[in-house]
Design a protein around this ligand. Structure first.
Ligand SMILES: C[S@@+](CC[C@H](N)C(=O)[O-])C[C@H]1O[C@@H](n2cnc3c(N)ncnc32)[C@H](O)[C@@H]1O
Length: 235
């Protein structure tokens, strides 16, 4: 197990929190990212064309998937509750909702033009197994796109981001919840939600891992004071 991986118990805890906060997710994530959410998702969405067969791993409440213009869209998630929520928001032709985990994708080889992991990669129990699986299901020349937040590795920005995530964000994002749920968010759910960010480690290790696994044209753009990134690679 690599240090960036999480145990099944920790993972189930995170999924439980995500299920519980679904109706508030879009609002609190916009607050946590200080309004950057739409911009980062937009950068990723622009990679898809209307002909592409696309997989989004971990659609959450469907915010990113609903902004995508593509051909067939597959949304994969381990949580039936999350899939049902997304389905209500997105249902339509050319949309497919599939149960499963990134580490064992229930798809044939060489199926997708693009695989997206938007704020879901850091929740993977095993990052390496997930990256091997995305490689397997991509067509030759297909693209993997990961967007996530991360803590800068050093310097003043690291201190500023730490102040934000530990002091400002829990209270600010609690405003997305009804008054009687705010305390539970700040004291219990937010710390559980944060866990996978804490174990994620240095963002710079992931382009290296992708190169080792055989991805080409690997490119990482750091965003918003190195507190987030968009990472792409081609099969
Ligand atoms: C924070 S939400 C991301 C929501 C959405 N993509 C967005 O743009 O905001 C993380 C999603 O990843 C899913 N997820 C977590 N671990 C996963 C895994 N190992 N395999 C597949 N999906 C996973 C969660 O169930 C959840 O739907």
């Amino acid at each position: 197990m690599s240090s960036s991986d999480i145990t099944t118990g920790q993972w189930k805890e995170v999924i439980g929190v995500l299920e519980d906060v679904l109706p508030y997710y879009e609002k609190f994530n916009a607050m946590n990212t200080l309004g950057q959410l739409g911009r980062w998702r937009g950068m990723a969405a622009r990679l898809a064309t209307e002909e592409d067969t696309v997989l989004e791993i971990g659609p959450g409440s469907g915010g990113f998937a609903s902004s995508l213009r593509c051909g067939e869209l597959y949304c994969l998630d381990p949580s039936t509750r999350i899939l049902e929520y997304t389905k209500k928001r997105l249902d339509g032709e050319h949309k497919h909702f599939v149960g499963g985990i990134a580490e064992n994708l229930p798809f044939n080889n060489d199926k997708f033009d693009i695989v997206y992991c938007i704020f879901s990669f850091r929740d993977f129990m095993s990052k390496e197994t997930g990256l091997r699986e995305t490689m397997r299901v991509l067509k030759k020349g297909g693209k993997l796109c990961i967007v996530d937040v991360s803590i800068p590795e050093d310097g003043l920005l690291k201190s500023l981001v730490n102040v934000h995530i530990y002091r400002i964000a829990p209270r600010l994002s609690s405003l997305a919840f009804p008054t009687d749920r705010r305390r539970m968010w700040i004291e219990k759910q937010y710390p559980e939600f944060l866990h996978t960010l804490e174990t994620f480690g240095k963002a710079s290790q992931y382009p290296e891992l992708m190169v080792d696994l055989g991805y080409s044209e690997v490119d990482m753009k750091l965003l918003f004071g190195r507190s987030a990134f968009i990472l792409t690679g081609v099969k």
